[in-house]
Design a protein. Structure first.
Lengths: 191, 191
DNA sequence: TCGGGATGAATGAACGTTCATTCAAGACGG
DNA sequence: CCGTCTTGAATGAACGTTCATTCATCCCGA
């Protein structure tokens, strides 16, 4: 009758608790309770809490990349590709606020710090797309002559802040607003 | 010979530990050790850890506002006032990376969440300056017609991201770069 | 000698993690 | 087809650790 996907239940419960309360508002005991499982059962599927968290992250990253990649049209101009990617990213997060909150928590934690350092060495994921677009824009002198991380900050920083305001209900990002803010970010980086 | 300012020592030790390791890498016992004080002594000056943290926040906020307010030239054009304020904010954080790291931790925690909600009701601090400038820019139709929180995100988001990259050593923000990134933010919000 | 500041061992709560035990469901021999 | 054995997922009480916080005691200047 039911599908006893305990592993999935645990992942989902942990995601929801962490997104809502942060890593420290999500003790294993509560995750277990929310998943309808005993505390010890979690360790049948994950070797420890860090492992559980890392697995959530990887799952989300894959899902996001998949959702965003579809929108990645190849040969179009840099501007259009940037706008499309930015737009679809924002819309993904609006549609999946839990994912956004989790990612936010994740990147503002020791986990995220380590990941940042790793990414320096260049084995990134979704960022590859943006980096590719930016590199091309830089080469074509369409973008301001900034180091990549700065272009990245100019484009991504506002998005994260706006998403947070949206998730917390301080603003409401409708389609029109998404479009206009995306273009505002383009104004910041375009030459 | 020395000044036995235990209270100040405790605040400073806590600031340094929290900035470097986060709230959870800063147990009271270590704060006490670093301040050259016994664990129990902290409770003579602060009623609990939350109180200690809140006090650090308030101290930093006051210090920052004071440092930034000096730069607040009154009657100049909106653009110049924005650039000056942004510039001086970035430079303040570059000069005080501990303050930046603490603020970052603070705002990405339950403490910061509560503060955000409070700020909605409008008893803010340094933000007042920015809000004043933005309101004026909006009224004069110099800025794009966005809700205030979005203008805020467009201006502040990149700064925070860049500061983090700078503090972590991924980029180096020299004067020239600060100037140019500040203008890039202006491009994002100006009409 | 007196009194408040300082001490740090003690306390108890909150966690992550472990492990002895349970038990439903398949395997198997007769 | 039945009864018994085996398996391993699931359980949750218990453990060890980490902390914030307390308080009996000590220290020291006046």
């Amino acid at each position: 009758m039911k599908k006893p996907d305990k592993r999935g239940d645990i992942l989902q419960a942990a995601l929801e608790l962490i997104a809502a309360q942060g890593f420290h508002g999500a003790p294993m005991s509560e995750i277990a309770a929310k998943a309808g499982v005993a505390a010890g059962t979690i360790y049948r599927y994950f070797s420890n809490k860090d492992d559980l968290i890392a697995e959530i992250y990887q799952t989300l990253e894959e899902t996001m990349i998949e959702a965003i990649l579809e929108e990645s049209s190849g040969g179009r101009p840099v501007r259009e590709r940037f706008l499309a990617l930015q737009r679809v990213s924002i819309k993904y997060f609006i549609a999946h606020p839990l994912h956004f909150r989790f990612m936010e928590q994740f990147f503002n934690s020791p986990y995220g710090d380590k990941m940042r350092r790793d990414n320096l060495l260049g084995k990134p994921g979704k960022n590859n797309l943006l980096i590719g677009i930016f590199s091309e824009g830089l080469a074509q002198r369409i973008l301001k002559d900034f180091p990549l991380p700065i272009i990245f900050s100019l484009a991504t920083g506002p998005m994260m802040f706006m998403m947070r305001d949206h998730v917390f209900g301080f603003i409401t990002l409708d389609d029109a607003l998404v479009e206009r803010t995306t273009e505002a970010c383009w104004d910041a980086i375009r030459r």
